[in-house]
Design a protein around this ligand. Structure first.
Ligand SMILES: [Zn+2]
Length: 646
């Protein structure tokens, strides 16, 4: 049903028409969602194994991750391997473990799987095989596997809210599915299935109540279901979601129920709340179950959580989880610039955005995905790939990166290395281009295979060329995302400008007969833009943020005489300069303050990579006026020049 909308004639320069069309589509979509959605309506990602990235922005970052982050990471998971060896009778001394640290091993295995997808490496693969052998040997005969619990004689699935059995198991399942998809090997998938079978017996057959307190297993069980076809895994995922909000007396007085997303039954949950990482992982699980069942209530819940997260509780960098207390989502519009902003929550939001994109085929979801990838997530990892941020606040002072392997580092590396899986999607008969990253993809359609080759300097320039090469000439649709930040787009097909092209939920919808010599050219106008936050974000009243394309900028003391008290001039006279040898190759923004002082702004993701520094994203601007008009549904909007005092 998602694809049943007729074409809407649309001129991208006419914002008014767009708003009307968007409102209509949104209204219509809600109705459709709640009435007659079918699983076949939803998009499917084009997997990482079908995508080759050859991109001047991403390829160097992926190489750093493969060549620097992966070798650097081994020492942080040695303790988990030693403990597993001890349990398996393959070693004498256990290593250090913790309730949740074993998930780091699993996230690292997933990282290596994506690394192998990008670049085969027999030595690395052999080392990974050895770890998988140890994991299989350490698994209990009944299938349970959580080394910390086993070595300390704790009760499996005991202290359900805090023991992290489900969090650790879920990351094992994600790693196993990734490794299976990339290498075809089933040893770890078998370990994951034996573990999931044990969980199904415990929670479903034996009737033990409750759900694991740190969401993750839900989304992972759905992935395991997709890989194996075993429906019980989907059933257990849905059971964990539906057990929320139905307890009697809560047995965990230290935390409010919403910490575990346990405050209300899912069908009554209206906002994303509680511990931010748990909340976004939970929301991804809800979206996954909706993708597999098309159940109207689950679809509605996923959409409510999405709107709550992205329209009222997200930073301009894509970070979420403002509150240090309980590492939680805050109330609507409470987004202090020194907020908590954990890297894991950003990674979780990227995956939630991807799932919502599959559910809704709406470019707004890809806009969020792009925002969090290019800003919060890349900010979490240093340019050399060897140090990390747990927190990613928008103002910071001398807060160094480090190696806090509590949870974030392998989450960042696995998310960055799987960026290829976010770029394309397909419906039953159509292709979607969600992100602009140079390289090639092979996309199956009924009776055809279409090879798309992207050439672009994105995100530093807005021109994108796409070579279309179907195996055989045929009529099908290619949907190209018009980024939400872009206010003027030029589109050419085979060198001829298409002045009026239909837009469907933020995608240029090109339906025609394609043959192997066809070339699409997009030119997204990419000026330096000033964004303002919704006036309800009181912390940012009177302030603006600099953005160009998808890249949010910040100023850093190192480049600005250690003085960040800068008020932008009414006309900051922005200039850009691409510096290939600075901060790994970035386009910087230069401008003027109201005191005619020059300043330099760098991409937010690249801040704090030279030495300790102060940083700031939101800045005052001389003459800025506040207006609520037109803000209704937008948390951030590009500032129109007319709102400035002349
Ligand atoms: Zn984390």
């Amino acid at each position: 049903m998602i694809h049943a909308f007729s074409k809407i004639d649309f001129n991208v320069n006419n914002a008014g028409k767009f708003l009307v069309a968007a409102a209509f589509l949104s209204m219509t979509f809600n109705t459709v969602l709640l009435s007659a959605a079918k699983t076949g309506d939803f998009l499917k990602p084009v997997p990482i194994t079908a995508v080759k990235i050859e991109d001047s922005f991403w390829s160097p970052k992926l190489a750093v991750c493969r060549q620097s982050t992966v070798p650097h990471s081994w020492k942080y998971i040695e303790g988990n391997i030693k403990t597993l060896k001890k349990i398996a009778g393959l070693g004498t001394e256990p290593g250090r473990t913790g309730l949740w640290t074993e998930a780091n091993l699993h996230k690292f295995i997933e990282t290596i799987a994506y690394s192998l997808a990008l670049q085969p490496d027999p030595i690395l693969e052999k080392r990974l095989d050895e770890i998988v052998t140890i994991l299989a040997a350490a698994q209990r005969p009944d299938g349970y596997i959580h080394a910390h619990v086993i070595i300390n004689n704790l009760k499996p699935w005991g202290n359900l809210y805090h023991q992290h059995d489900g969090y650790v198991a879920g990351h094992l399942y994600e790693a196993a599915v990734a490794l299976f998809q990339v290498t075809g090997k089933t040893t770890l998938l078998d370990v994951a299935c034996r573990s999931a079978d044990q969980a199904c017996r415990h929670f479903l057959d034996q009737g033990n109540p409750g759900f694991p307190g740190h969401a993750e297993m839900e989304l992972a069980l759905v992935q395991l279901y997709r890989a194996t076809g075993k429906k019980r895994y989907l059933h257990l995922a849905q059971t964990f979601i539906e057990r929320r909000g139905k307890h009697g007396a809560h047995d965990c007085p230290r935390f409010a129920c919403n910490y575990f997303q346990d405050h209300l039954p899912i069908r009554q949950q209206k906002e994303i709340t509680g511990h931010a990482v748990r909340a976004v992982f939970f929301a991804s699980g809800v979206a996954d179950v909706a993708l597999e069942t098309a159940e109207a209530d689950m679809l509605g819940a996923a959409k409510r959580l999405w709107n709550s997260a992205t329209k009222r509780k997200m930073y301009i960098t894509g970070s979420v989880g403002a509150s240090r207390k309980h590492e939680a989502f805050s109330d609507d519009y409470v987004l202090p610039n020194n907020g908590y902003c954990e890297s894991c929550a950003a990674c979780g939001l990227a995956d939630f955005a991807h799932r919502m994109l599959m559910l809704q085929a709406d470019a707004q979801c890809a806009d969020v995905l792009e925002r969090v990838l290019y800003n919060a997530i890349l900010h979490g990892i240093s340019l050399d790939g060897k140090s990390f941020y747990y927190r990613n606040p928008l103002t910071d002072r001398d807060h160094p990166r480090g190696n806090n392997w509590c949870c974030c580092p392998p989450n960042l590396s696995r998310t960055i290395l799987k960026v290829g899986s976010y770029i394309y999607a397909r419906s039953q008969t159509e292709i979607y281009v969600n992100l602009y990253i140079a390289g090639t993809a092979k996309i199956p359609l009924p009776g055809n295979t279409v090879t798309l080759t992207q050439q672009t300097q994105y995100p530093w320039a807005g021109k994108v060329k796409i070579l279309v090469s179907p195996r055989s000439e045929g009529r099908f649709s290619i949907n190209l995302r018009i980024p939400g930040w872009c206010q003027k787009t030029q589109l050419k097909i085979n060198g001829v400008e298409v002045e009026h092209f239909p837009i469907r939920k933020g995608y240029a919808h090109l339906q025609r007969k394609w043959n192997s010599k066809d070339v699409i050219e997009l030119d997204f106008q990419m000026p330096v833009q000033l964004f303002e936050a919704h006036p309800n974000v009181t912390q940012n009243r009177g302030l603006v943020a600099i953005q160009r394309g998808p890249i949010v900028y910040g100023i850093e003391g190192l480049d600005n005489n250690e003085n960040l008290d800068i008020t932008l001039a009414i006309d900051p006279q922005f200039r850009i300069e691409h510096l290939p040898d600075f901060l790994g190759g970035v386009t910087v923004v230069k401008g003027k303050s109201d005191q005619a002082r020059s300043f330099l702004a760098n991409p937010f993701y690249a801040l704090a990579n030279r030495k300790n520094s102060s940083q700031r994203v939101w800045l005052p601007q001389a003459g800025k006026k506040e207006t609520h008009a037109g803000c209704e549904d937008k948390l951030y909007r590009a500032l129109a020049p007319s709102t400035l005092t002349p």
